[in-house]
Design a binder for this molecule. Structure first.
Ligand SMILES: C[S@@+](CC[C@H](N)C(=O)[O-])C[C@H]1O[C@@H](n2cnc3c(N)ncnc32)[C@H](O)[C@@H]1O
Length: 372
């Protein structure tokens, strides 16, 4: 089995740089960001550690092949160039998905079928078998086509890495965990300061901040597709998981809290905090942000208020944005960090942000505003 794989860590637009920085910190010096993800090389153990520890990445793939293709024959040959017998025993359930954008090959369904046919044909030749029952573990393959550039990607994560395992019930418009972690990372908050989310919903920002500050690997409570890949049988997954668990800082004192006007959201937040095993570390209560008064002289507000598109009407949201400014004025030593898709956010808030960054919440283009 190969000891080094060319890998691709996919990321939401705007977060690629954060993923590359984190990869370098984790010991992958060749991490290089590009639109939509980061390339790097890693051993099987390294790939597992990335799945376990990366905070902002969507999925970790092995980049099995890459080339420009403008016909199905090109695609068939590209897939056939991958030594599938090194990855597959022949019993796996091969799950091919495809996404196509701005390319000659624009039918995901046909690209899926051609890819699957090519993989099976290759396995037939290399194993001499004619029947593949596909009743074993899942082996997910993604064919990603953009501007005719085709990438054949083996998905080592399985479900998206944002699915940490603590959020089993979603409130209205919850924030993806990877984006919540990024909002914390891009804010001026440091673990010795107070952090408060005045629109905490199901608690994602507060949970992600606490996990990161406590050194708790975000993937500790879930499994990854690669754990059942046959060439990775000898990787000591349990030991690596236990080692990662020991890296967390047990007696760290953090001041992380929040509130929301909706009692149902607060109930969910309390449940998620319990499921993330952070009871006693994150404090939540029902309270409208107009009634938030904090004693601490220094801290950071981070919040994901309604945008007006999905939750409530624009007028209510714009009044709420103004109330966020009043909240900041009641707390002069605090910074305010807000993500919103409303282009007139600064006008409603009543001030220009000191710093702005374009981010995507799902498909929604947003701006992250920071007021120091
Ligand atoms: C987009 S959601 C936040 C989602 C949250 N980040 C999560 O991950 O679940 C916006 C939240 O703002 C809350 N909200 C709306 N108006 C509020 C107000 N006046 N005071 C406090 N919270 C408010 C809503 O109840 C909702 O939970």
């Amino acid at each position: 089995m190969k000891q080094a794989f060319l890998c691709y860590a996919s990321a939401a637009f705007g977060l690629e740089g954060l993923v590359a920085d984190e990869l370098r910190r984790l010991g992958f010096p060749d991490a290089k960001a590009e639109n939509g993800g980061v390339r790097f090389t890693a051993s099987p153990e390294g790939i597992f550690l990335c799945n376990l520890k990366l905070h902002f990445c969507d999925r970790v793939f092995i980049l099995a092949a890459e080339q420009k293709c403008t016909s199905f024959e090109d695609l068939y040959q590209l897939v056939a160039s991958v030594p599938w017998q090194e990855y597959l025993s022949g019993d796996e359930s091969i799950l091919v998905s495809a996404k196509c954008a701005r390319s000659t090959l624009m039918s995901p369904r046909d690209c899926q079928a051609v890819t699957k046919k090519s993989i099976i044909e290759q396995l037939r030749k290399s194993t001499g078998r004619s029947f593949f029952p596909e009743n074993g573990s899942s082996f997910p393959v993604l064919v990603s086509i953009h501007s005719d550039l085709v990438r054949i990607l083996i998905n080592t994560s399985g479900e998206a890495l944002s699915r940490r395992g603590y959020r089993t019930w979603n409130g209205e418009a919850p924030l993806r965990e990877t984006l919540a972690a990024a909002l914390v990372q891009l804010s001026p908050w440091r673990p010795d300061m107070m952090l408060y989310d005045p629109c905490c919903g199901t608690g994602t920002i507060l949970i992600e901040a606490t996990l990161k500050a406590s050194g708790i690997a975000p993937g500790l409570r879930r499994h990854f597709a690669m754990e059942s890949f046959s060439p990775f049988r000898t990787v000591p997954f349990d030991t690596l998981r236990q080692d990662a668990a020991h890296e967390s800082v047990a007696d760290l004192h953090l001041s992380v809290s929040g509130s929301d006007i909706d009692p149902e959201a607060v109930k969910l937040a309390i449940r998620h905090i319990r499921q993330a095993q952070l009871e006693g570390k994150v404090h939540i209560e029902v309270r409208p942000l107009q009634q938030v008064f904090l004693q601490s002289g220094r801290g950071v507000f981070i919040c994901n208020p309604p945008y007006g598109e999905r939750l409530s009407d624009q007028k209510t949201c714009r009044l709420l944005y103004h109330d966020l400014r009043l909240l900041k004025e009641r707390h002069p030593g605090w910074s305010m960090c807000v993500i919103s898709s409303d282009p007139s956010f600064e006008r409603s808030y009543g001030r220009r942000a000191d710093k702005k960054r374009r981010l995507y919440n799902g498909r929604l283009e947003c701006t992250y505003y920071i007021f120091y």
